[in-house]
Design a protein around this ligand. Structure first.
Ligand code: NAD
Length: 277
């Protein structure tokens, strides 16, 4: 399967569907990343705090796929925010990944109480200027955090990676991103599997389109314009999750899925989360 790209505000192309490796232990990550690359995924989403950058790097190296055909994202953990500590943490991530550059480097959480994300962002601009991060972005930023970056710095994030799934469709942030040229990337796009995929709306749409509930949810994201990074360590599901480019949901079916909104998060509140900081 060939995944279409979106164009970031840097002009760079980013695959609209990638593979996320949250909660996959370092010594178990190589095989599923290889499965994903074999299935056609070219974008891998990791983070320093996931503790598996080395394994991701090993899978990439062993795959034999040319570096320029891959899109690798990693993230700065909360305890490394600040100008100099961010630069050092970036070097350490590159070293663990065994790469010369990443395609996207994200501030993992704003940690507004520590008030370091503006200084951190200035360090990210340096990494971007040096070409070692081909694009820079943020994760879990809310509108006020983004506005502060606009007011106090010169570079608009290429991406904001946020919790987003049918229970949390994030209409306000998506509209804000669209207005400012920021790509919306959905984490936990399947709501971590849990209750969401058992919803009867999704199973009946699955029957209508001949697809699984997970595929219906991923297709909904794609039609909203989101970048998605579903996670699975099961080869059959890794393949299933990329088989979403051969059908299209009708507009009223997209709306029916958006109506599953409950605003219940599976992850922490971005305004207060400060683990590690
Ligand atoms: P997800 O929504 O991708 O759900 C993954 C879970 O859904 C799997 O563990 C499995 O139980 C189930 N699943 C996957 N495919 C399925 C299928 N086809 N059918 C049935 N069940 C299926 O959740 P996630 O892992 O939390 O999020 C995806 C990625 O987003 C992560 O791996 C990580 O890269 C990123 N992420 C980022 C942040 C952040 O703060 N930036 C936070 C969480 C996750």
């Amino acid at each position: 399967t060939q995944v279409p790209n979106i164009t970031l505000n840097t002009g760079a192309a980013m695959p609209q569907l990638g593979y996320g490796v949250f909660q996959v232990p370092a010594d178990e990550v190589v095989a599923p990343v290889k499965s994903a690359l074999e299935a056609g995924y070219r974008s891998i989403d990791t983070a320093a705090v996931y503790g598996n950058e080395e394994g991701v790097g090993r899978a990439i190296a062993e795959s034999g796929i040319a570096r320029e055909d891959l899109f690798v994202t990693t993230k700065l953990w909360n305890d490394k925010q600040g100008h100099d500590s961010a630069l050092k943490a970036f070097d350490e991530s590159l070293e663990r990944l065994g790469l010369e550059y990443v395609d996207l480097y994200l501030i993992h959480w704003p940690v507004a109480a520590a008030d370091k994300y503006v200084d951190t962002w200035k360090a990210f601009q340096k990494l971007y200027d040096e070409g070692r991060a081909k694009a820079i972005g943020v994760s879990n930023f809310q509108v006020p955090h983004l506005r502060r970056l606009f007011d106090e710095t010169d570079v608009v994030p290429a991406v904001n990676q946020i919790e987003l799934h049918p229970n949390l469709p994030q209409a306000e942030l998506r509209a804000f991103h669209a207005e400012h040229g920021i790509a919306t990337e959905a984490w936990s796009p399947l709501g971590q599997g849990k209750g969401l995929l058992d919803d009867t709306t999704l199973s009946s749409l699955g029957e209508k389109y001949g697809k699984s509930p997970a595929q219906i949810v991923l297709r909904w994201h794609l039609q909203l314009g989101n970048v998605v990074i579903p996670k699975s360590v099961t080869p059959s599901r890794i393949e299933e999750n990329i088989e979403v480019f051969d059908f299209e949901l009708a507009d009223d079916d997209v709306a029916a899925i958006t109506a599953l909104r409950t605003d219940v998060r599976v992850g922490p509140d971005p305004d207060t989360f400060a683990a590690g900081a």
